[in-house]
Design a protein around this ligand. Structure first.
Ligand SMILES: [Zn+2]
Length: 249
């Protein structure tokens, strides 16, 4: 019986060093989703795998199917996102987004959209785009792709879709207009422009999703709200989130 060989692109979401020179990688691939792969000897500077199997390397991999996980036979770097290391904030955001994607992306099935979203997000961090903006887009789109898409079309109670502020219900994943929110004992937590930005993030095409402008305070507010939504919906506290929030409050 011959071992099946697989050629795939993928980005390293996580690396765990094992032994003196090996690494276990978590890789997000377009066709197989999230996979685990052992990269033997890859910690060695002289290893042919060294340059292409580090954290956030987007590489072309040749894998063999092993008993419990894939084995990396060859890897060629396509994009290593070196500039993520330029700031603690940018690097921390990248680590969080990788953990988020590793949790939300499927295993064993297509994750083309998730991969593209993460690659675009990392590229924008490298290009020094507003980090709150990158964060809120990546969080909301990743949740939507995983089936946690909030309904921001109109007030869930009266159907109104315009007005002076809306309440985004983190538990229901829906909207209430200011009047209906007041009746339910809530205060609006979204201005009109913030709601417009959230609608853009949720309902625009992949290529246009980062293409909106909003003030820094509003981006910061949406970023905090979207993280609350992540934690509420997934009922999961990400390890990388505490550190991220300490450097990007
Ligand atoms: Zn209403």
């Amino acid at each position: 019986m011959t071992t099946r060989q697989i050629k795939t692109k993928g980005i390293v979401l996580r690396e765990v060093k094992t032994g003196e020179s090996d690494r276990i990688l978590t890789i997000l691939t377009p066709a197989l989703g999230v996979i685990s792969a052992s990269a033997k000897g890859s910690q060695r500077l002289k290893s042919k795998l060294f340059a292409a199997t580090g954290l956030f390397c987007y590489s072309e991999f040749i894998l063999f199917e092993g008993k419990t996980m894939y084995l990396v036979d060859e890897a060629t770097p396509i994009e290593v996102f070196f500039d993520l290391r330029a700031s603690v904030e940018g690097m921390s955001l990248a680590v969080y987004l990788a953990e988020l994607m590793g949790t939300l992306a499927p295993e064993g099935e297509s994750a083309q959209q998730q991969l593209r979203l993460l690659l675009n997000s990392l590229a924008l961090i490298c290009r020094k785009r507003n980090l709150y903006q990158v964060k809120v887009v990546c969080e909301l789109r990743a949740l939507s792709q995983a089936g946690y898409m909030p309904d921001l079309v109109a007030c869930q109670s009266c159907g109104g879709y315009e007005g002076e502020g809306f309440f985004f219900d983190l538990v229901q994943g829906g909207l209430l207009c200011a009047d209906c929110a007041a009746r339910a004992g809530h205060r609006p937590n979204l201005t009109d422009s913030q709601l417009a930005a959230m609608r853009h993030i949720l309902y625009s095409e992949d290529e246009k999703v980062f293409g909106f402008t909003l003030s820094e305070p509003s981006l910061k507010h949406l970023s905090a709200l979207s993280t609350q939504y992540v934690v509420q919906q997934l009922d999961h506290r990400f390890k990388s989130l505490d550190f991220l929030q300490s450097v990007l409050p």
